[in-house]
Design a protein around this ligand. Sequence first.
Ligand code: PMV
Length: 360
Amino acid sequence: MTEKEFIPASYTALNDEGIVAYCSPSNIALIKYWGKRENQIPANPSISFTLDACSTTTRVHYKKRIHKNDEFSFDLFFEGEAKEEFQPKIKTFLKRIEKYMPFLKDYHFVINTSNTFPHSSGIASSASGMSALALCFMEMERGFDKNITLEYFNQKASFLSRLGSGSACRSIQGPLVQWGESDAVEGSSNLFGIKYPYEVHPIFNNYHDTILLVDKGEKQVSSTVGHDLMHGHPFASNRFKQADTNVEKLKIVFSKGNLDEFINIVESEALTLHAMMMTSNPYFILMKPNTLSIINSIWKFREESKTHVCFTLDAGANVHVLYPENEKDIVFPFIKDKLISFCQNGQYICDRIGLGAKKL
Ligand code: PMV
C-alpha cells in the first residue's frame, strides 16, 4: 500500500447531510514509538495493546455548505461545551488529511466529543480522540463510495489517525496492533497500524491494565517536543535497533506465552523510553517519586507472589500495571492495598485489552 492509494478517484454519491459516530479506544504501547521522521513516519516499529475502557466517543453532524470558501468549517464541543482551544489541533488535522478526503471543505461539521476517562487525568486523549474523528470521516467516505472494503476502511482510518497523532493509528483494531515496518511482521507498514497477524497465546486474552494516576497535571513535555529530541540524540540509532530486535523477540513471546520474557521486554521498553528523555538535551525526568515507589513495590510483590504483574509507562508519571486474567484475584487486591496510596487523590482506572473501535 502506498500513500497515493489513499487518494480517492471519485465518489459515486455525496450526501447533503448526515450523522456519523464512533467510539474509539486508547492504546498502550508495549514496544514504544519515540522518534519520527517527516509526515509522522515512525523511526522504529511499535506494538500496542488496544484498551477497552479508556475511549473517546465522537459524533459528527455534517451538512453541505451553501457558500464554500477556502477554509474548513466546523464547531467543536467537548463534553457538551464549545472548546475554542481545541480548534487549532483539529484544523491542523483537517489540513493534513484534506488531500485524502477531498470533500472536507464542502461541508460544515458539528463535532461532539467526550472521553470516558476524567479530563486532565494525565491520560493522553490524542490516540482515542484522533482515531474517533478519523473513523467518522471514513464512515462519511464509505457512504460516498460503496466499493470500499473493510480492509481498506481500516487501513485508511489508521492512516488518517496517524496524521493526527502517531500512536492514534494503533487504536482502530485490537487486541494487538503493530505499526512501523519490521521484517519480522508480514504486512507491517510505516503508514498505518495493522492487527497483529500471528496467533497469540491465550494467556494474553483479557490481559489487565490498571492505570495508576500518579500525576494528573499537564504533560511536562509534549510528544512533539519529545519525538524531536530524538533527532541528534546520542543513543538514538541504537535505541531504534533495540526496538526492531524487541519486535522479533515479542513475536516469539506472543506465540509461546512466556510471561517472564514478556515482562523483561515490556519493562525494559518503558525504562528505555524514560532513559531517552533523561539523556536528551534538554533533558527531562518525567517520573515522580511515587512512580518509582510503585515500580519498586511491583518488583517486590512479583518476587514474593511469583505472579507476572509488570508495569509500563507513557511519557509521563502514570503507571500502567499489566497482569494476566488468571492472576487478577491475587494482583488486584495488592494494587488496592499497596499502590493506590501513591496515586493522586487515590485515582486509578481499571482497563483491559480491547478489540478496537466501534461504530455507533
Ligand atoms: O502519538 P504521540 O505522538 O503522542 O506519541 C506517543 C508516544 C508514546 O506514547 C510515549 C509511546 C507510544 O508508542 O505510544
